[in-house]
Write a protein that binds this ligand. Structure first.
Ligand code: NZQ
Ligand code: ZN
Length: 385
């Protein structure tokens, strides 16, 4: 196992009806900005529930944070924060609203210049406004981690940044809140959480037994309950398990002390930035091709994955790896997430621009062994067609 330090300070408040507990979590006298997206929380009653829990606070709102939140929109929210002297942010939504709110929590303080935050990928952040979260979509794990991804529309750049100062203080996780999700977002959530685990698991062995078995447990849960969320959409236990799985997939625990990959995410970010493909859809496209391309360097973990996650026992090493990759692709397709670029209208003529964007963003030595160079990325995008 590799050396590590690990701390996750987010207080999780889990279960049906837990929005009511916000009252106790936000200090009285706070001037609270409720941030949200395109309005789903107003249509499904979540906004009213949150507002009721804040009846003794001074409450303001900013809506319209879009999927793949843009810096341009977030700068508008910054004006509200300044005008109204906001000192607490409450994000209510999916990963986009939470990530956008993390950016706001940082740039609300004069010392954190937005451009500098992005340029240093969060290292320049020394303080941030306190942030609470009500998560309505089980997917990114943003509710319990210190990462965020925002997009600069002008340059088609999706930048991830990290800081211990942007951990939410608390995360309300009420699985009933996910019942109003469109099927596409339910499927996206399962795929995103699955690939988060793979980015931290499918590398090379360092004898991290707890990390490996915990990762495999999350994958098995997603394989078992992901399809059930589609066939039994009212099953709350399924939603609860998916919500906890997505949080555990990216709260730092399974990635502590093991090598990490993240090349699939980086290739995926360019697909979202240039072609507007949903984050999880990009992962469903790239991961199977990445596994195939990197099958030599990932050989030992691929064999472990085949055996422990898909129970593949028979055949040569190569055959077992082939089957594991095929089953992974079939799982995404079963969830209704197409795994080829052609299904999203992206063709061979688009690959030069995707590789050029990776280079422009410094994504030239990706993966756990820095082996995914622009040439390799090109080969992988071609295999995604
Ligand atoms: O905007 P509203 O109206 O709320 O609708 C949203 C949005 O259209 C809708 N939705 C969310 N909860 C709902 C609901 N609709 C009905 N009922 C509900 N309960 O779902 C749509 C998608 O929402 P979004 O927040 O964009 O989805 P997701 O949670 O998948 O977040 C994706 C973003 O997270 C970033 C991605 O890059 C992307 O920008 N990621 C963040 C990570 C992190 N912070 O650690 C890691 C991930 O790898 C990922 O990169
Ligand atoms: Zn992701």
């Amino acid at each position: 196992m590799l050396n590590f330090s690990y701390r996750n300070p987010v207080k999780v408040i889990f279960g049906s009806g837990s929005c009511a507990q916000i009252t106790k979590e936000v200090p009285s006298g706070s001037r609270v900005l409720i941030t949200y997206g395109g309005g789903s929380i107003k249509r499904n009653g979540t906004f009213d529930e949150v507002k009721a829990a804040l009846s003794n606070h001074e409450v303001f709102e900013f809506g319209g944070i879009e999927p793949n939140p843009s810096v341009e929109t977030l700068l508008q929210a910054l004006n509200v924060i300044k005008q109204e002297q906001i000192n607490y942010i409450l994000a209510v939504g999916g990963g986009s609203v939470i990530d956008g709110s993390k950016f706001l929590a940082a740039i609300a303080l004069e010392e954190n210049d937005p451009i500098e935050v992005l340029r240093t990928r969060g290292r320049s952040i020394r303080r941030a406004l306190p942030l609470g979260v009500v998560v309505t979509l089980a997917a990114t794990g943003s509710e319990t981690n210190s990462a965020a991804v925002v997009t600069e529309l002008s340059t088609h750049t999706k930048t991830g940044f990290f800081s211990p100062h942007i951990y939410p203080q608390f995360a309300v996780m009420d699985p009933t809140k996910t019942l109003t999700l469109p099927t596409r977002q339910v499927s996206n959530g399962v795929v995103d959480a699955f690939v988060h685990v793979m980015e931290q698991y499918l590398t090379y062995p360092v004898n991290g037994k707890i990390q490996d078995r915990f990762a495999e447990g999350i994958l098995l849960t997603l394989i078992e309950d992901g399809p059930k969320a589609l066939s039994e959409p009212d099953n709350i236990e399924v939603r609860a398990n998916l919500m906890w799985a997505a949080s555990q997939a990216l709260n730092g625990l399974i990635g502590a002390g093991v090598p990490q990959d993240w090349a699939t995410h980086m290739l995926g970010h360019e697909l979202t930035a240039l072609h507007g493909i949903d984050h999880a859809q990009t992962l469903a496209i790239v991961l199977p091709a990445m596994m195939e391309d990197q099958r030599v360097t990932k050989r030992e973990k691929l064999l472990q994955y085949a055996e422990r996650v898909w129970q593949i026992q028979d055949g040569s090493d190569d055959k077992r790896i082939d089957s594991a990759i095929e089953l992974t692709r079939a799982f995404f397709e079963q969830l209704g997430v197409p795994t080829h670029l052609s299904a999203y209208g992206v063709g061979p003529e688009h690959i030069d621009a995707l590789v050029a964007q990776l280079e422009a963003h410094g994504m030239v030595k990706l993966g756990e062994r820095q082996a995914v160079t622009p040439d390799v990325s090109r080969r992988i995008y071609e295999a995604c067609l």
